[in-house]
Design a binder for this molecule. Sequence first.
Ligand SMILES: NC(=O)C1=CN([C@@H]2O[C@H](COP(=O)(O)OP(=O)(O)OC[C@H]3O[C@@H](n4cnc5c(N)ncnc54)[C@H](O)[C@@H]3O)[C@@H](O)[C@H]2O)[C@@H](O)CC1
Ligand SMILES: Nc1ncnc2c1ncn2[C@@H]1O[C@H](COP(=O)(O)OP(=O)(O)O)[C@@H](O)[C@H]1O
Ligand SMILES: [K+]
Length: 461
Amino acid sequence: MTDTVLTVEQMRATERAAMEAGVSEWELMQRAGEGAAQWIMRVAAGRPVAVLCGPGNNGGDGYVIAETLIRRGYEVQVIAPLEPRSETAQQARAHYSGAVFAATTMREPVVIDCLFGYGLTRKVEGEFAELLEQMASSHCYKVAIDVPSAVESDTGSVLGPLPDYDLTLALGAWKQAHGLMPAMAAMGERRLVPIGLDLSGARSALSRRPRLTPPAPDAHKYRRGLLAVVAGAMPGAPLLAAEAAMRAGVGYVKLLSDHDHFGAPADLVIEQGKLANTLDDERIAAVLVGPGLGRDDSARERLAQAFSCRKPGVLDADALYLLDPELLAQADPGTLCVTPHEGELQKLCEVFGIGDGSKLERARRLHDVTGMTVLAKGPDTVLASDVMTSFFPRGSSWLSVAGTGDVLAGIVASRLAVHGNPHRACEEGVWLHHEAARLASPAFTASGLAHAVKPAMAALL
Ligand SMILES: NC(=O)C1=CN([C@@H]2O[C@H](COP(=O)(O)OP(=O)(O)OC[C@H]3O[C@@H](n4cnc5c(N)ncnc54)[C@H](O)[C@@H]3O)[C@@H](O)[C@H]2O)[C@@H](O)CC1
Ligand SMILES: Nc1ncnc2c1ncn2[C@@H]1O[C@H](COP(=O)(O)OP(=O)(O)O)[C@@H](O)[C@H]1O
Ligand SMILES: [K+]
C-alpha cells in the first residue's frame, strides 16, 4: 500500500526487515537519494542546487542526491556543518565527488534540506538552526527530504526553525508528521519516494481520495438509505446537518423535530411527535444525533432513545457532552461514529478515563476503549477505527466558521445511511467536506457549505 504511514519505530523495524532480507542500508540510501533526485531535477530544471547535509543518514541521502545531480550536469554545493557519523552516511560522503562547505552563504535558487530526518531527537540549535533560518529567509525553492529537519516525525511538533517548504519528499513510507499539524502546513507539496520496503501489515495510511458511485439501477429512496436526524433544543444546527445530508447521497432525510422550521426546504420531511414513535421505523438506515440537541435531561433522554433503535449512528456536538459509559452501554458502539473537535475530544477522554496525549493518541485510545469510530476533526483531522488510522490532507482554513461541524456530521451520517460502514463514511465525509469548502471558498457560511456538497459529490463521482 503506497499510502502507508509509519512511526519511527515501525520505520526502523521495516528497514531492518529489508536488510535481513538481503538489501543493504547503502542500497536503501541509494534508492532513496536517487529517487529524490529525480523529483529535484524536475523542479530545479537545470538551476544550481545547494544541499544541506546533517550528520546522520538523512545527511547520507543528501550526499547521494548531490552526487546524482552532479552526474546529470548540475552545479551543486553541499553545506555540512559536521562530518557524517553513521557508517552508511560516511559511505555516501565518500562517493560524493563535489565540494563540501562547513558554512557558507547559500545563494542557489534551489535548496535541499537533509539536515535531519526521522532521527531528530532534540531541539535544533547552533549552526543547524542558522542554516534553517537562512533557508527560511531566502527566496529559493525549498525541498525537505523525508521530513522538514526541525519536525519530529511521530508527532508533527516543531523543534527549531521551520522554513515554508515548496516540496517534501517522504522516503520509503509516509511518517505521522506528514498528516499532523503544525508540521503539515509547512510541507508544501508532499510526494512519496518508494524504496522497495515491504509495507504490508501496516495499520495507518494517508486517506486516498474516494471514488463515489451513483445509486444502483434498481435504487429507490429507502434502498439509498433513510437518515433520521434527531433534533432537540435548537432548530438551526440539525436543519443545517439535514441540508448537507440531503446532498451527500442518501435517498431520504427525515428531521425528527418539534420546532416549526419555517425556512426548511419543501423536500425535507419534518416529523413531529414522540421520538419513540418517529424512530420506530424499520426502514431507518442511520441516525444522526447531537447538533442542536441541548444538554439537559430531555436531551439525554432523546440520545438514549436514538440508541434504543440500535441503528448505525453519528454522534456530534451536544451528544458528545452527554455521552458516558452508562449511555454507551445501551448502544452498539461498533456501528457508531463520533466527530469531536478538540473540546469535545477532551470531554470524551475525561468521561471514558483516557489520559493526556496528542490528539492522535487520544483519538486512538478513545476508539480502543469504546469501540466507536473516532473522527477527531480540525486542521489535521485523524480517523481511528478498527479498520485503521487514517490521516487526511489539510482542508481549507475557511472551514473555521460556525456550523461547519454540523455540515460534516450531516455528510458523514448520509454516507453511513448509504452503506453502513463507519470508517468509510467518515473518510468520504471528510473528502466531501473539504471539496465542498474548496468549491464554496472564500468566506462561505455553513449553509453555503451545505449547498456546495452537491457539486462536491459531482467532483468525487
Ligand atoms: N535507515 C535506512 O535504511 C534508511 C534511512 N534513510 C534516511 O535516514 C534518515 C534517518 O537517519 P538517522 O536515523 O541517521 O537520523 P537523522 O539523519 O535524522 O539524524 C540523526 C543524527 O542526528 C543527531 N541529532 C538528532 N537530533 C539532533 C539535533 N537536534 N541537533 C543535532 N544533532 C541531532 C543524532 O544524534 C544522529 O547523529 C531518514 O529520515 C532517511 O532520510 C534513507 O536513506 C532510507 C534508508
Ligand atoms: N483551520 C482549519 N483548517 C481546516 N479545517 C478546519 C479549520 N478549522 C475548522 N476546520 C473544520 O471545520 C469544522 C468545524 O467543526 P466544529 O468545530 O464542530 O464547528 P461547529 O460546532 O461550529 O459546527 C471541522 O470539520 C474542522 O475540521
Ligand atoms: K530533512
